[in-house]
Design a protein around this ligand. Structure first.
Ligand SMILES: Nc1ncnc2c1ncn2[C@@H]1O[C@H](COP(=O)(O)OP(=O)(O)O)[C@@H](O)[C@H]1O
Ligand SMILES: [Mg+2]
Length: 252
């Protein structure tokens, strides 16, 4: 799988296809048992999440994008807070931290009155956006988002998709993981399909369609089976309705 600067590369697959596992390899959480990761043509050793981050790969994980009880600004920096010297000791620079967090969030359209409030008070969509703003601010080259829209309603998902496009416009290569073909189709340039831990192939937008992607994701057969089952059920309902109607029309 190749990810280019300034594109949204969608990684699609049903639940359990291996999407999270693959991106954990790309972000230094797991080591690959085969193959290698290259960055700008050179083999990269990503033996920890920090090593990946230093190589420019920023990941917003599915479950742990944020620490809900920690403040918005601390979540924005997460260990990379600016410090100042106080009597020769490095301490957290509260003023700068607050200022940068507020400004950067404002840029993406989130107006936080108080960056000290817990991040848990933001909506799910806003939290994803904070994580995206964080990656852009710290100069990521590749931004990996694991199912950022899966737990969101329509409006919030649209907001996250908008920031995915903003990150692309800034020249980042975005790996957008989802099992929602509609979300992928709304922003994607390139699509890689995973099926049971294997790639089904990579397709350019011009080469494929939403329907084709959906079919490949499900492995084709599952959907076909489902439609057969549904028409079977519809048929049974019809028979039952006819039977009931007959019963009613026959006086007892
Ligand atoms: N390439 C692979 N080979 C073998 N097992 C895998 C592979 N990729 C993922 N798995 C296993 O499959 C399960 C589901 O993977 P996961 O990455 O959580 O899927 P997804 O994020 O697509 O829902 C996990 O138990 C994982 O360990
Ligand atoms: Mg997953």
């Amino acid at each position: 799988m190749k990810v280019f600067a300034g594109e949204v590369h969608c990684l699609l697959g049903d639940n359990g296809a291996g999407k999270s596992t693959l991106i954990k390899v790309l972000s230094g959480v797991h080591q690959p048992s085969e193959g290698e990761v290259q960055i700008e043509g050179k083999k990269a050793v990503l033996d920890s999440p920090r090593a990946a981050l230093e190589s420019g790969v920023a990941t917003v994980f599915q479950d742990l994008a944020m620490l809900p009880l920690m403040s918005i600004k601390r979540n924005f920096f997460l260990g990379r807070e600016p410090t100042r010297s106080l009597l020769g000791i490095r301490v957290l620079d509260e003023v700068t931290t607050t200022k940068i967090a507020r400004e950067e969030l404002k840029k993406i359209g989130i107006d936080v009155r108080d960056p000290d409030q817990p991040v848990g008070t933001l909506s799910g969509g806003e939290r994803q956006c904070v994580a995206i703003a964080r990656a852009v601010y710290f100069g990521a080259k590749v931004l990996i988002l694991d199912e950022p829209t899966s737990a969101l309603g329509v409006n919030q998902a649209a907001m996250v998709l908008k920031y995915v496009l903003q990150a692309r416009a800034k020249g980042l290569g975005v790996v957008f993981i989802t099992h929602n073909v509609h979300h992928a189709w709304a922003v994607g340039d390139t699509f890689t399909i995973l099926n049971r831990g294997r790639s089904y192939g990579t397709f350019e937008r011009e080469q494929t369609s939403r329907e084709a992607l959906l079919e490949m994701m499900a492995g084709g057969e599952a959907l076909e089976e489902l439609s057969v089952e549904l028409s079977e059920m519809a048929h049974q309902d019809q028979v039952k309705a006819q039977f009931e109607a007959k019963k009613r029309s026959t006086p007892s």
